[in-house]
Write a protein that binds this ligand. Structure first.
Ligand code: TZP
Ligand code: MG
Length: 213
């Protein structure tokens, strides 16, 4: 996977949201629906298991020509030959992750205010997450940044930014109206019976907003 990177619909694994259905099945449905970047986010599995999951997911995403990002762990990303890593503000600094991963892999970072977005851009991040836009049970206890921060990022940030947090088919248009051109969701996609249809619908909304720009 070569940088620079672009994408529209970012899907993150969330196994708590689909009991009885496997991660691979659910993520393949999302990929069929047009998800064009995938993140393995698993805060509980031991590293050995995480590597196994990442390797299986990488095989799948490669079939669709879609990058696989590993949350939190550059070493797991390397072990699975994933395309990149996603960091939080308290994880490894971007510069250190870049040393580990080299120039070709993708580094993304979550941001919650514009100063963090500026710092991420300066440090060489390939994309940033902007959120949580709305309150979400997937990341409890973190205050919503609202669409005001989405609008600020749209006005100022030049690397790709993806809006995340509580985004659904119902509020997607509001987020797009605020200036987002890339959306990310966990529960609203993997927690639904038909992730493929949800992805198609969300992508349709993104495309409607970006056509003619
Ligand atoms: N980072 C900011 S909000 C969030 C993460 C990982 C969770 C998004 O999950 P959902 O279910 O789409 O609200
Ligand atoms: Mg993290």
């Amino acid at each position: 996977m070569n940088r620079p990177l672009d994408f529209k619909l970012y899907v993150i694994t969330g196994e708590n949201y689909h009991p009885g259905r496997g991660m691979m099945e659910v993520m393949e449905a999302a990929l069929r629906g047009g998800a064009d970047i995938v993140q393995l986010r698993d805060k509980t599995s031991p590293k050995r298991e995480l590597i196994e999951k990442a390797r299986r997911l990488k095989e799948l995403t490669a079939k669709y020509g879609v990058p696989l990002i590993v949350n939190d762990h550059p070493d797991v990303a390397l072990a699975a030959d994933a395309d990149g890593v996603h960091l939080g503000q308290d994880d490894l600094p971007i510069e250190v992750a870049r040393e580990l991963l080299g120039p070709r892999r993708i580094i993304g970072i979550s941001t919650h205010r514009i100063e963090q977005a500026r710092a991420a851009e300066r440090a060489g991040a390939d994309y940033i997450g902007v959120g949580p836009v709305y309150p979400t049970g997937t990341k409890p206890g973190r205050q919503a940044v609202t669409t005001a921060y989405v609008a600020q990022a749209a006005a100022e940030i030049r690397i790709p930014f993806v809006a995340i947090g509580g985004i659904t088919e119902t509020n997607a248009e509001e987020v797009l109206r605020a200036g987002a051109r890339r959306l990310c969701a966990v529960s609203a996609i993997v927690g639904r019976d038909n992730p493929e249809a949800v992805c198609r619908n969300l992508l349709g909304k993104i495309n409607a907003w970006t056509s003619g720009e």
